[in-house]
Design a protein around this ligand. Structure first.
Ligand SMILES: [Zn+2]
Length: 139
């Protein structure tokens, strides 16, 4: 189901609760909502009003993916950049890493399975933006 984007700063600055296998519908709502946004690259659950650590993003081939409880490990080559956000006006200066290993869970047949993925460049950057959303950081 497509949901409305939320830009309530209080909700967006609350750290998200861990997501569970019960959040399958929320993950689908994220995919539906992301698909409905022109040029939307990524979306965190709190941006559609649910403070759970689930995110959706499109890779550089425009394929959409969901991550439950994403985290970052082994980040390399920091750089400074400016990022915009779907639920905040203006751009914010941030430090990002050009390459990183991301840990997350994937929902397979109703069970959360731990996964790891190495990402670079654009995908690494949007995932870092998403992890910040899960922590309640406003970017
Ligand atoms: Zn954002």
């Amino acid at each position: 189901m497509i949901r409305e984007l939320v830009n309530d700063e209080e909700l967006l600055s609350t750290p998200c609760e861990p997501a569970t296998a019960e959040d399958a519908e929320l993950a689908q709502d994220l995919l539906d909502t992301l698909a409905s946004i022109e040029d939307g690259a990524c979306l965190a659950a709190n941006q559609i009003g649910v403070a759970k650590a689930v995110i959706a993003y499109k890779d550089d081939k425009e394929r959409a993916h969901v991550m439950f409880n994403p985290g970052m490990k082994r980040a390399l080559r920091p750089y400074r950049t400016e990022e915009g956000c779907l639920t905040r006006e203006g751009a914010t200066k941030v430090t990002r890493y050009d390459q990183a290993t991301f840990t997350y869970q994937e929902l397979v047949d109703g069970v959360l399975i731990p996964r790891k993925k190495e990402c670079r460049g654009w995908t690494a950057e949007i995932l870092q933006h998403m992890i910040d959303h899960c922590k309640g950081k406003l970017i």
